[in-house]
Design a protein around this ligand. Structure first.
Ligand code: PMP
Length: 286
């Protein structure tokens, strides 16, 4: 049985419980982060901690923990649950005021709820899906306008994954005003020749921690990066496509809405970027 962390305590997972009045439960009033673990070490902990603080600030929510203590909790959970490859899920909500009200509770009397748990995923780095590549469909992006804040409002992304599954695909790319925003739980990229194209940062997409690292590594490897909007038709005509996220790293996309990209198998750029990303981020893991 897993050991989880809840509001300062390490507990067996079946003994950790949260109030029915918790605003995360009633209103999706909460933020989260997912940090991957490779070789028992945390990938890009700093990036996730900085984005967490930004999400909290944007929602006027107090952090119940310092960055140093947060690192300690991550490491302790990796240790006690013997995680070699996998993820750590972290969620902070505005807490449980003891009743339901749209108005934010007084932060002096209602403290945030903080939960962390581990997910063991042996073989995460050597995933067969990365060899094969994935299929995506396109769907309308009907999410709210602050996708840069990593909130737990994940119903539409979850519905998007189900739409993909029903269509025999692995994931969905979302489209707004004719342009691809991002995947349901990842950032989206296309490749043309030697150029990597991905939407620029704004409130329309999550500022992926993996995105930042991959674009940095790509530039260091003398690959050309262009941050701009692209349409789904441009994507279908691209040489390659891929996604990035903390739990999938870099994953080739080989089919969009039933249209095969290139030969319909992973190309040259995405697998190379995956290799570089895994190598460099494992070197920097803490
Ligand atoms: N976009 C969305 C909508 C996501 O949910 C995620 C993953 N949580 C990402 C992008 C990728 O972000 P990261 O690389 O930080 O995991």
């Amino acid at each position: 049985m897993r050991t989880v962390y809840l509001n300062g305590d390490y507990l067996p997972e079946n003994e950790a419980s949260v109030s029915i009045f918790d605003r995360g439960f009633l209103m999706a009033d909460g933020v989260y982060e997912v940090t991957s673990v490779l070789g028992g070490k945390l990938i890009d902990f700093d990036g996730h901690a900085v984005r967490l603080q930004r999400s909290l600030d944007e929602l006027d929510m107090r952090s119940p923990i310092s960055k140093e203590d947060l690192l300690e909790v991550h490491r302790e959970l990796v240790r006690v649950n013997e995680i070699d490859e996998g993820m750590i899920y972290l969620q902070i909500t505005r807490g449980a005021p003891g009743d339901r009200d749209f108005v934010f509770p007084d932060p002096e009397t209602t403290v945030p709820t903080i939960v962390l748990f581990t997910q063991s995923k042996p073989g995460l780095a050597n995933s067969p899906a990365a060899q094969k590549g994935m299929k995506v469909i396109s769907i309308d992006d009907i999410r709210w306008g602050r996708r840069d804040i990593k909130t737990v409002q994940l119903l539409y992304p979850s519905m998007g994954k189900m739409m993909a599954k029903k269509a025999g695909a692995d994931d969905a790319w979302m489209i707004e005003d004719g342009f691809v925003t991002e995947g349901t739980s990842n950032n989206a990229y296309i490749v043309k020749g030697n150029k990597i194209i991905t939407r620029g940062l704004s409130n329309d997409i999550l500022h992926g921690i993996t995105r930042a690292a991959v674009l940095r590594f790509a530039q260091e490897a003398q690959m050309e990066v262009e941050e701009r909007n692209f349409t789904i038709d441009e994507a279908k005509a691209a040489d390659e496509a891929f996604i990035t996220s903390a739990s999938t790293f870099v994953m080739p996309v080989v089919e969009i809405d039933g249209v095969a990209l290139g030969e319909g198998v992973p190309g040259r750029v995405a697998p190379r970027l995956r290799e570089i990303y895994l190598e460099e981020s494992m070197k920097a893991a803490i």
